[in-house]
Write a protein that binds this ligand. Structure first.
Ligand code: HEC
Length: 193
């Protein structure tokens, strides 16, 4: 046997022992490559944590704090909240061609199927007879009282935030800025005769 064969045999033997010994006990994976990838040094959110009084890693944020980038909407989902938002907030965005265009695109995709591209309450699912027509933005009457054409920025934003009766909330689909772009576009549709 020459030197290369002896080295080759030794290598094979070591590999075989490593492979076989790693399969013996399924609960022990044997040699692990970069184990910190599996068991990170940092605590996982669902792990026990002795550093906190309640022993949990996932802590509830202190009350009154906002997550980074989160815009709090201070008007509750009540009649009072709706009325207060009507006088308390106005669209912070400037009326520009760009905002109107973006508002239109979002409106057509998210609101159009029910409200109709012109906001007349004749969207595609209404025309299929599958859904009751929402009131027209220009000629209809709000179920909360008053003409739809008189709905303020705040009332429209509040409706997008929480929905109303059969209409669901669009807060998870539209960012605050997108909601305001949609509000801007709805204000245009209120003028259509
Ligand atoms: C699934 C169908 C549907 C979709 C999609 C929808 N709406 Fe509505 N919406 C309705 C219905 C139905 C009403 C009437 C509800 C009522 O008054 O009982 C309504 C009412 C409204 C009102 C009147 C609120 C008031 O105070 O009377 C506004 C404003 C409005 N929607 C805006 C939007 C906007 C903006 C979008 C898109 C982000 C949207 N809606 C998407 C069905 C929908």
């Amino acid at each position: 046997m020459n030197k290369t064969s002896i080295l080759g045999l030794a290598f094979l033997a070591i590999t075989a022992i490593t492979v076989m010994s790693s399969c013996k006990d399924k609960s022990k994976p044997g040699l692990e490559y970069a184990p910190n990838m599996y068991d990170a040094i940092a605590y996982n959110p669902d792990q026990k944590n002795p550093n906190f009084a309640d022993g949990k890693t996932a802590q509830v944020p202190p009350s009154g704090t906002n997550p980074v980038g989160y815009a709090r909407f201070n008007y509750p989902d009540t009649r009072e909240g709706y009325d207060a938002s009507s006088v308390g907030i106005v669209n912070p965005l400037a009326v520009t061609q760009k905002n109107l265009e973006e508002g239109k695109q979002l409106y057509v995709a998210m609101c159009g199927p029910c409200h109709g591209t012109q906001g007349k309450g004749n969207g595609s699912i209404v025309e299929l007879g599958k859904y009751p027509a929402p009131p027209s933005y220009s000629t209809g009457v709000s179920s909360r009282g008053g003409a739809m054409k008189d709905l303020t920025d705040g009332k429209i934003y509040h409706t997008i935030q929480y929905g109303i009766n059969l209409m669901g909330s669009y807060a998870s689909q539209l960012s605050p800025e997108e909601r305001w772009q949609v509000v801007m576009y709805v204000r245009e549709l209120q003028k259509i005769q």
